[in-house]
Design a protein around this ligand. Structure first.
Ligand code: NDP
Ligand code: HSE
Length: 436
């Protein structure tokens, strides 16, 4: 059986997992690919670091350019991360006519338009299944499995670290910082974990999903991004009492005025399947006009789940290497000349319902003042809870669920509520989605 030679950039969590799975399942993989797939050259920063994989038989270097420039290499697998060096290496590999597989969502979300154009000009493939939702084959599902559909919206839990933190906060009341440290130890978190907890990683992934769902260019800078750092145990508990779960969602929806592109904590009814996706698991719900709703579930991070997606891409590339360029699946699902610029809706124009937590003085008239401010702006209240003030405290937490309203209208109401003497601190606002 002939061999396809892989050059691996990075031997960390995903790189190590990829070497392990390729070795362990070599026979099954070559039966599928029709060729033997061998890692022959790999780069890491520190060659003396202990590794999760056995690197015997692999030529090692600290210079990733050596791997890219190695004439023996057929496919470059980029698992370094970041969008500086990784971009240079990937563009060099393309320039040399090499196919590329990457798990790097930051790279694709920020530089994908440039990278795909270069790849198309050279007739090579850049595959990126592992960049979204770890081990879930969501890119394949949206790019290929749903190609009959006009996709209407998608919503997903697409950051494993964030979901792991929210689940531990809810189930065990564990401290945010402790859970994050555990996610880092398990290899789930990004090199800079603020990407996970501030929603940037999910925004990278949503950028990619929205492009392949709607056939538009990658536009990371247009994603409204909010993380999970302001969510308190109290919010999690209140949401539960009201029959909801708080999940960090990436949401993209086609509306008559443009495409919604937003990442933020979201209350979803606890009866929805996606509300019960816990720990490092991810799930993406896609609504197509022909198929209706479909849900994709699986591990969103970790060495071997991510390696599963990386290797599936390698197998796809190997199978396609001899095929005519026209027979390939387009990088962004739609033919390059059919990618359309679409208006991205400003967050102020987005319509959704809200959970509000207001710390207010426990005295007559305050509730009436709050409801008047909302009522004057056409914001209708669906449910309300007033908590008992804590021992020795004069303020009470008022929790309100509202019906749908435009975000700019809610911003206006919140600004006025925050200016009241009776209200302390900022109003906590969490958007709500029924996902029905
Ligand atoms: P790690 O930090 O575990 O691994 C990065 C690897 O790249 C390390 O082996 C590191 O070397 C090497 N590296 C970094 N910079 C250089 C350099 N300048 N020269 C040579 N080698 C270098 O990251 P992950 O494996 O977690 O992530 C890799 C990519 O996969 C990222 O883009 C990430 O976003 C993505 N991803 C990660 C997932 C996960 O669960 N971890 C899931 C899905 C995608 P050394 O080990 O010596 O420091
Ligand atoms: N840090 C990412 C996460 C890795 O936690 O989801 C997978 O992309």
């Amino acid at each position: 059986m002939s061999q396809v030679k892989i050059g691996l950039l990075g031997l960390g969590t995903v790189g190590g997992g990829t070497v392990n799975v390729l070795k362990r399942n070599a026979q099954e993989i070559s039966r599928r690919a029709g060729k033997e797939i061998v890692v022959v050259h790999a780069a890491a920063r520190d060659l003396n670091k202990p590794r999760i994989c056995d690197t015997d038989g692999i030529k090692l270097t600290t210079n990733p350019a050596e791997v890219v420039n190695d004439p023996e290499i057929d496919i470059v697998v980029e698992l370094i991360g970041g969008d500086g060096l990784a971009r240079e290496l990937v563009l060099t590999a393309i320039e040399q006519g090499k196919h590329v597989v990457t798990a790097n969502k930051a790279l694709i979300a920020k530089h994908g338009n440039e990278i795909f154009a270069a790849a198309e000009a050279k007739g090579v493939i850049v595959a990126y299944e592992a960049a979204v939702a770890g081990g879930i084959p969501i890119i394949k599902a949206v790019r290929e499995g749903l190609s009959a559909n006009r996709i209407e919206w998608l919503a997903g839990i697409i950051n494993g670290t964030g979901n792991f933190i929210l689940t531990e906060m809810r189930d065990n009341g564990t401290d945010f910082a402790d859970v994050l440290a555990e996610a880092q130890r398990l290899g789930y978190a990004e090199a800079d974990p603020t990407f996970d907890v501030e929603g940037i990683d999910a925004a990278h992934k949503l950028t990619i999903l929205a492009s392949i769902a709607f056939g538009m260019p990658l536009q990371f800078d247009k994603v409204y991004t909010e993380g999970i750092t302001k969510i308190t145990g109290d919010d999690v508990a209140c949401a539960e009492k009201l029959g909801y779960r708080i999940k960090h969602l990436g949401i993209s929806r086609r509306t008559t005025n443009g495409i919604e592109l937003r990442v933020h904590p979201t209350l979803i009814p606890e009866r929805r399947l996606i509300a019960n996706v816990d720990g490092v698991m991810n799930a993406v719900l896609v609504q197509g006009d022909a198929v209706g709703p479909t849900l994709y579930y699986g591990p969103g991070a970790g060495d071997e789940p991510t390696a599963s997606a990386v290797i599936a891409d390698v197998v796809d590339v190997v199978r396609t290497m001899g095929a005519a360029v026209d027979n390939r699946v387009p990088h962004l699902a739609f033919q390059a000349d059919a990618i359309n610029n679409m208006t991205i809706l400003d967050m102020g124009e987005v319509e959704t319902s809200y959970y509000l937590r207001i710390s207010a003085a426990d005295r007559p008239g305050v509730m009436a003042e709050l409801t008047k401010i909302l009522g004057d702006r056409g914001i209708s209240i669906e449910a309300m809870i007033q908590q008992e003030p804590a021992e020795g405290e004069s303020n009470t937490n008022i929790i309100m669920l509202t019906h749908k309203v435009q975000e700019k209208c809610m911003n206006d109401a919140i600004a006025i509520i925050e200016s009241l003497d009776a209200v302390a601190g900022e109003v906590m606002r969490i958007r709500m989605e029924s996902l029905s």
